[in-house]
Ligand binder design. Structure first.
Ligand code: MN
Length: 582
């Protein structure tokens, strides 16, 4: 019975039922008529297609549409979700969609459609679709959310792809770009799901290991939670705080792995940290609940974070505190209101797709609201488009937009968003190219500082300019942003500084004595060379030292030599051998 429905694909009445079950009262009669029209169009267009899983193709687009609906996207986006693969698969044309569904839906479909398969290849194609995606962020955020939902659904069926290489490539892209983008949009749940789905393909051994260890700790955790939950609830009640929810947070494998890397692979530090979430009615109750927790247990110094008073830049709000709980067990509490919770899970979707009354917003409103980083990206990407090649575009994208950011202030109090490690020169160019071009010195928090200093969040930076000053080539050795780099090169007349020296894909075989943190030290070296690791795997050989194999791309042979020298110096590393592929 299950198989029969699998091949047939969802009928309209099945789909409608699923859609309405989770979105009661949200769609009008007209809305449903539009969605039905899109459903029928897509059913007809994909009639002869099946997915690699054996399922009817329509089931993919209905899944995407259902997810879009549950993120509270509007009726036009839900309809576009149903149509999103018709043009890409050449079973329909953009013109036809426009004629039958109007400009707005056609615009959304076009945004989600991958770039022309024949015109672009490989890296170029990836870069081109990234460019499109970012332009879409700037133009209409709904396109990007649809792309994220589409990617999420594709990741769920990635296992059917016959080639492990292809699986890894798609999963890496998901991890580096899509999950990071979801994070930037404040969509916590989407980010976690994408990461966990990609993790097993990008780092299969590490994934299995983390999964096993986390699983083994579950009974102990549950026992501990059973002990503290009633205590928390009782004390809250005594203070007349009615929590809407007190719950343990689910552990996500990838974020656990990243934590492990940060804590030198010390499971103790990562897993023993039990985390509880308290959801209350209003902000007042958040602070009262914090008081209750601190009265019960001693807070850990430096671990109280008030993201309600100072929200994170992606909009995240909550109070975090870690206390020495029962038996001195460090336990983290996150305290927030229901609204903050919804925002943390859905991010931009919670802000932009619902109005005050809980009704979905219309199309025009999406175009007005923008994150500061989106605007910055737009101008930056225009700059980039003219001169750089695709590969460099992708590289700088990873460095400029998805690494940790710092936020510094101009003397007037404007916030400038820069990547970690940025210098006053980067700052100067981000304020204005003329300020960069004539920078003579910098004051950080009123103190004269070198132009090559590393900036940190919250600093007030003032650039001192002189008319006759010009950029020097030395600046290129310390600036971090592509914007600054490009402008400096332009003034210096360097158009193609690093003429393509055929990029080699290098694989290092590193034999290590098992030491906590050794892998982290190795990856830290690669990070200083700004190298993106393609894969890391480790193999144990009985009682022998394990071998770690790291695959990455190195631009120059001499760079590879320097990397090897640095890695050899790491304590615990026994040998480093390389093979360069032609
Ligand atoms: Mn799709």
């Amino acid at each position: 019975m299950v198989n029969a429905s699998k091949n047939l694909g969802l009928s309209w009445s099945d789909f409608e039922q699923k859609l309405l079950a989770k979105n009661r009262g949200r769609f009008s009669k007209d809305d449903l008529a539009l969605i039905k029209k899109a459903f029928e169009y897509a059913s007809e267009a994909h009639r002869l297609q099946t997915r690699l899983t054996g399922e009817a193709y329509i089931n993919h687009v209905t899944d995407v549409a259902l997810d879009a609906a549950s993120l509270k996207l509007d009726v036009k986006t839900v309809s576009a979700a149903l149509l999103h693969d018709t043009v890409e698969d050449n079973v329909a044309t953009m013109r036809d969609i426009k004629k039958k569904f109007g400009d707005e839906i056609a615009f959304l479909v076009r945004g989600v459609t991958k770039v022309d398969k024949l015109k672009y290849h490989g890296v170029e194609r990836a870069a081109e679709s990234m460019r499109r995606m970012f332009l879409a962020v700037a133009e209409d955020i709904r396109v990007v959310v649809l792309k994220l939902v589409d990617r999420l659904n594709n990741m769920k069926t990635l296992y059917v792809l016959p080639s492990a290489d292809k699986q890894r490539r798609i999963a890496t892209e998901t991890l580096e770009i899509y999950a990071s983008l979801a994070d930037r949009l404040g969509m916590g749940e989407m980010k976690n799901e994408l990461e966990d789905l990609a993790f097993r393909y990008v780092y299969p051994q590490e994934y299995e290991w983390v999964k096993k260890e986390v699983g083994a700790k579950i009974p102990e955790r549950e026992k501990y939670l059973k002990k503290i939950m009633p205590v928390v609830k009782k004390e809250l009640a005594a203070e007349h705080i009615k929590p809407l929810e007190v719950s343990a947070r689910a552990k996500h494998y990838y974020s656990t792995w990243k934590k492990l890397l940060r804590y030198e692979m010390n499971w103790g530090k990562v897993l023993d940290l039990v985390a509880l979430r308290i959801i209350v009615k209003n902000v007042e109750d958040c602070y009262s609940a914090l008081g209750v927790i601190h009265k019960l247990w001693k807070p850990m110094p430096g671990r109280i974070k008030d993201y309600i008073a100072l929200p994170k830049l992606n909009g995240y709000k909550s109070i975090h505190t870690t206390v020495f709980c029962l038996d001195g067990q460090p336990t983290e509490f996150q305290i927030r209101t229901e609204e903050m919770h919804r925002e943390a899970e859905y991010g931009i979707a919670a802000h932009w797709f619902w109005d005050e009354a809980g009704k979905p917003r219309g199309g025009a409103e999406f175009k007005e609201q923008k994150f500061a980083w989106v605007k910055q990206l737009q101008s930056w990407q225009k700059e980039f488009e003219k001169e750089q090649n695709s590969e460099e575009f992708l590289e700088s994208l990873k460095i400029d937009f998805f690494k940790d950011r710092i936020f510094v202030l101009t003397p007037k109090g404007d916030v400038v968003d820069l990547p970690e490690g940025a210098t006053p020169v980067d700052f100067a160019y981000h304020v204005h190219s003329e300020i960069g071009n004539h920078a003579a010195g910098a004051k950080i928090n009123s103190k004269m500082s070198p132009l090559s200093s590393t900036l940190s969040s919250g600093s007030v930076v003032e650039i001192i300019t002189q008319k006759n000053k010009k950029p020097s080539a030395e600046w290129l050795t310390f600036v971090k942003t592509s914007l600054a780099k490009n402008r400096i090169k332009k003034v210096l007349g360097i158009i193609h500084p690093s003429k393509k020296i055929g990029e080699d894909s290098a694989e290092l075989n590193i034999v290590v004595k098992n030491r906590v943190g050794v892998l982290k030290d190795i990856t830290a070296v690669l990070a200083t060379f700004r190298i993106n690791i393609e894969s890391v795997s480790s193999a144990a050989h009985g009682n022998d030292y394990p071998t770690i194999t790291i695959k990455f791309r190195s631009k120059k042979a001499e760079q590879l030599e320097r990397i090897k020298t640095r890695i050899k110096k790491i304590s615990g590393v026994q040998s480093v051998a390389e093979k360069i592929k032609p």
